[in-house]
Design a protein around this ligand. Structure first.
Ligand code: ZN
Length: 150
């Protein structure tokens, strides 16, 4: 298990150092801003949806390693999925980081997102790990007011 934890940590550090899909998205159809006051994480999600499918998603912002890595891996995970599927993945991921679905079969389904399974031992970090996801959901609903993961 400790090998797995190390591997997971590497995934998070790698995505924090080199965030994927970072930057603006001029062709975006949806946007939302998220803020986690507890930690100071801020994130903007740019989302392009066509016929109910996430064709592109990018993010900007600054925050701790967990929030940045989570956003980076989320963008990789969501591209090409339907909105319905994306919400299902979020539910599974949320269960994992809050400890409801951890450990167990959910990890396999989540791929790289399973790297956040250790977060369930640190309840204060759950908000960091889920900020990008809450912001994504807000973007799909075209909410204008900034969301917070509190
Ligand atoms: Zn944070």
């Amino acid at each position: 298990m400790s090998d797995l934890r190390e591997l997971y940590q590497e995934v998070i550090l790698d995505h924090n150092k080199k965030p994927r899909n970072y930057g603006e998205l001029p062709e975006a159809t949806h946007h939302a801003i998220g803020h986690n006051r507890l930690c100071g994480d801020r994130i903007t999600i740019h989302l392009q949806v066509e016929d109910g499918i996430v064709t592109n998603v990018r993010f900007e912002g600054s925050g701790c390693a967990i929030s940045t890595a989570s956003a980076s891996i989320m963008t990789e995970t969501l591209k090409g999925r339907t909105l319905e599927d994306a919400r299902h993945v979020f539910e599974t991921f949320h269960g994992l980081v809050t400890g409801k679905g951890c450990p167990g079969g959910a990890a396999a389904e989540l791929g790289k997102l399973a790297a956040f399974s250790g977060v369930c031992d640190y309840p204060a970090r759950v908000k960091c790990a889920t900020l990008a996801w809450h912001t994504f959901v807000a973007a799909t609903k075209d909410q204008d007011a900034p969301v917070s993961s509190e």
